[in-house]
Design a protein around this ligand. Structure first.
Ligand code: F6P
Length: 370
């Protein structure tokens, strides 16, 4: 029986979804260049993540369009973390409540109209969940993992993380000096949602005395005693790195806001201020809280992330060519590999309690709050 040959790929689309992070432009650059020069296919850029697919905001990307973007933070395609094609806000009801609809059909229509054979989706778990919905609707996708949170399943690392660790470490170092000069407990809150990777790495890199993670519920008394003990020993300041997702043993996470239309509507934030007040009340020590916020997502990617993002994007284009579609690029044992996107969707990778860095922190007598 003669096999019918699959139709050749002619055009692909690329989108960046979820929160921005350093390295996104490196992926757009290599995907565009390798598609054009290696595979001889066209690339169309979809603006604002899935929002551009829903609204049909799609434009050609040529070699020149991706020139001089490697070192730039953010994403030239822009992004959105509030556009879920399966639950998209289309209006407001008479009761003032938002109306959400499944607009996957609109996405399919725009994929067809632009003659896209496949989508390269660059993003975190929300974007991979969106890609998984599109795959179920018959649109092939290839995933590229990004996030400063480093919390995507099945990959050892995501690009953007290392730059965020570097930025946060520099901030912690600066705050350290004020802590020691003024004999204060300095609390610094880092991003990362429900995973503590960013806080653990930046906390260790900056020599933080206390590191509080979402994976280890903390005991306020333990933290206060630790600060007081340092004072007694003549160390009259404490540098405390707290993850936005950290919570006390008998309490809950601090929610800053709920974002309508987002796959994960919860935005965490504010634990540093809550803790700062509590530590002062319990110990009488002077405290200050700093929330690093979006400074951790911005700026030029460090060299490692530029190379990693380029490596991931290059692997994605190879997967387009070899028809390993509906998979996401991953890093496994220091080498790129791939896993089905559906295995990554709707999941978060947290720090295992037996992780060597947790053991290392304990050996250094860092207080983890437990
Ligand atoms: O996922 C990246 C991230 O920066 C998280 O660390 C943080 O909790 C969240 O996004 C903040 O989202 P937004 O930009 O919507 O405030």
């Amino acid at each position: 029986m003669p096999h019918s040959k699959p139709a050749p790929i002619q055009r692909i689309g690329i989108l960046t979804g979820g929160g921005d992070c350093p390295g996104l432009n490196a992926v757009i650059r290599v995907v565009t260049r390798a598609a054009i020069h290696k595979l001889g296919i066209e690339v169309l850029g979809i603006e604002d993540g899935f929002l551009g697919l829903i609204r049909n905001r799609i434009r050609h990307l040529r070699d020149d369009d991706v020139s001089d973007i490697l070192t730039r933070g953010g994403t030239i395609l822009c992004t959105s973390n509030t556009a879920d094609p399966t639950r998209f806000k289309t209006g407001t009801g008479p009761d003032g409540k938002p109306i959400f609809e499944n607009v996957i059909d609109r996405c399919i229509e725009h994929v067809r109209e632009n003659r896209l054979d496949l989508l390269v989706c660059v993003g975190g778990d929300g974007t991979m969940s969106g890609a998984s919905d599109l795959i179920k609707a018959g649109i092939p996708c290839v995933g590229v993992p990004k996030t400063i949170d480093n919390d995507l399943m099945h990959t050892e690392i995501t690009f953007g993380f290392t730059t965020a660790v570097q930025t946060a470490t520099e901030c912690l170092d600066r705050i350290h000096t004020t802590g020691s000069s003024h004999h204060r407990v300095m609390l610094v809150e880092l991003m990362g949602r429900n995973a503590g990777w960013l806080t653990l790495h930046a906390g260790l890199a900056s020599g933080a005395d206390v590191i509080l993670l979402p994976e280890i519920p903390f005991d306020l008394d333990v933290v206060c005693d630790y600060c007081l003990n340092r004072n007694r020993r003549g160390k009259r300041f404490t540098l405390l790195a707290v993850a936005e997702g950290a919570a006390p043993k008998d309490g809950t996470q601090v929610v800053e806001r709920l974002v309508e239309g987002s796959r994960d509507p919860v935005r965490l934030g504010g634990i540093a201020q809550v803790l700062s007040k509590q530590i002062t009340e319990k110990t009488g020590l002077e405290t200050r809280a700093t929330i690093l916020g979006h400074v951790q997502r911005g700026g030029t990617p460090v060299a490692f992330d530029r190379v990693l993002a380029t490596e991931f994007g290059h692997r994605a284009i190879s997967m387009v060519a070899t028809r390993d579609w509906n998979h996401m690029v991953v890093m496994h044992g220091g080498e790129t590999d791939m896993v089905p996107i559906e295995k990554v969707a709707h999941q978060q990778r947290k720090i295992p309690l037996e992780h060597p860095l947790i053991g290392m922190a304990r050996a250094l007598n860092v207080c983890l709050g437990d």
